[in-house]
Design a protein around this ligand. Structure first.
Ligand SMILES: Nc1ncnc2c1ncn2[C@@H]1O[C@H](COP(=O)(O)OP(=O)(O)O)[C@@H](O)[C@H]1O
Ligand SMILES: Cc1ncc(C[n+]2csc(CCOP(=O)(O)OP(=O)(O)O)c2C)c(N)n1
Ligand SMILES: [Mg+2]
Ligand SMILES: [Mg+2]
Ligand SMILES: [Mg+2]
Length: 332
């Protein structure tokens, strides 16, 4: 039970909601010290990634706190996977409006606890501040990778094929539904798309196993076309993306219904948190075996070519350029 008439205060909140989340991680020092302390096992390196989320930008202010917790955690776990790293611990910054009910924080912390259990990660520390602006949350995730093996965005070469895990476009279509800009009458289809927007599926089982197979890798957050552009730019080459080869869930296929504008939205809308990577054609059999073992689809969607770095040609089924008004999300 929480009560607004007897607010817990900053330290009461930390003790009540966050200390239990740090209990399984000795390096957190029970959230009683000024910082966390932890070592890295011999032969491994620390991978560190940070992503923030802001109400109204990354989620809707009235979204369920547990869904917000899930997306915050999963978007960071996706970056660890994109580096080939396994989750270890995370720190959390909460900037919350003063009047926010403690029950919001209670549900948010409960959501984080579920995510920790699901993905094998623990809270190491953080910071709690008030804000005169919207709810703002940030996670810094720490992961471990064998020394020297972190997957770079810049390892792709002309002739490498482009692969993607899972499916693309669910979240972008879900967002259109949430904004009331897309009408999807089928309840099951709508629920699937909204779920994938709110709770992406970070490919943490696949990422570490791409070491030795993938030449370059990243995760898709801004949009498939934009992020392939980022990978190509870092790899110093161009790419061909076959829009008809991009894997779609049944729900996304139903919602797109052959409409090229909706297909364009799916491949540029972002929030997918799938792994985008390059590998030589000789890796195909090993990737098929990996997909079967992990139970996650891995689909070939294009190839890297010599050309202007970052240039992505998107072709439709009849090899005509697919008209795109943008490549992906840009905060500014
Ligand atoms: N404010 C910042 N300060 C320092 N580094 C940043 C900042 N914003 C982004 N970066 C770095 O720029 C790169 C690209 O960031 P971003 O597009 O957010 O990556 P991702 O989509 O994987 O989260 C990353 O290496 C990230 O660490
Ligand atoms: C309310 C709301 N509006 C719009 C979006 C769409 N959106 C917001 S940020 C973003 C891109 C990903 O976020 P970003 O902060 O760029 O993450 P990063 O690339 O750093 O991983 C998208 C697709 C959303 N998820 N929720
Ligand atoms: Mg980022
Ligand atoms: Mg990323
Ligand atoms: Mg981004």
């Amino acid at each position: 039970m929480t009560s607004q008439s007897h607010p817990l205060g900053e330290f009461g909140r930390i003790a009540r909601f966050f200390k239990p989340l740090a209990a399984g991680f000795p390096g957190a020092r029970g959230l009683r010290d000024d910082a966390a302390v932890f070592g890295v096992p011999e032969g491994r390196e620390l991978v560190v990634t940070t992503d923030a989320m802001v109400a109204g930008v990354h989620f809707f202010p009235d979204d369920a706190p547990a869904d917000i917790a899930a997306k915050l955690m999963r978007s960071n776990l996706s970056d660890l996977a994109a580096m080939g790293a396994e989750p270890l611990a995370y720190t959390l910054v909460t900037a919350l409006p003063r009047g926010l009910d403690e029950s919001w924080l209670e549900a948010f912390a409960a959501g984080l606890g579920e995510e920790q259990h699901r993905f094998g990660i623990a809270l190491a520390g953080g910071d709690s501040v008030s804000t005169s602006g919207p709810i703002t949350l940030s996670v810094t995730a720490f992961g471990l990778v064998p020394t020297g093996c972190a997957l770079p965005r810049w390892g792709g070469q002309p002739g490498d094929r482009v692969f993607i895990t899972g499916s693309i476009g669910d979240a972008a279509l879900g967002l259109e539904i949430a904004y009331g800009r897309l009408d999807v009458p089928d309840e099951e289809t709508r629920a699937h798309l909204l779920r994938r927007m709110r709770r992406p599926d970070p490919r943490i089982s696949v990422g570490p196993r791409l070491i030795g197979l993938a030449s370059g890798a990243m995760d898709v957050s801004d949009g498939l076309v934009a992020d392939l552009g980022h990978l190509c730019e870092e790899s110093g080459c161009a790419a061909l993306l076959r829009a008809d080869a991009v894997p779609l869930s049944d729900a996304a296929r139903g919602a797109i219904d052959g409409d090229p504008v909706r297909l364009a939205l799916a491949i540029t809308g972002g929030d997918d948190y799938e792994l985008l990577f390059t590998a030589p054609p000789s890796a195909r059999d090993a990737l098929a075996a990996l997909a079967a073992e992990c139970g996650v689809a891995i689909t070939e969607i294009g190839e890297l070519r010599p050309g202007t770095p970052g240039d992505v040609a998107v072709l439709d089924a009849s090899d005509a350029p697919l008209p795109l008004t943008r490549r992906g999300w840009d905060h500014f």
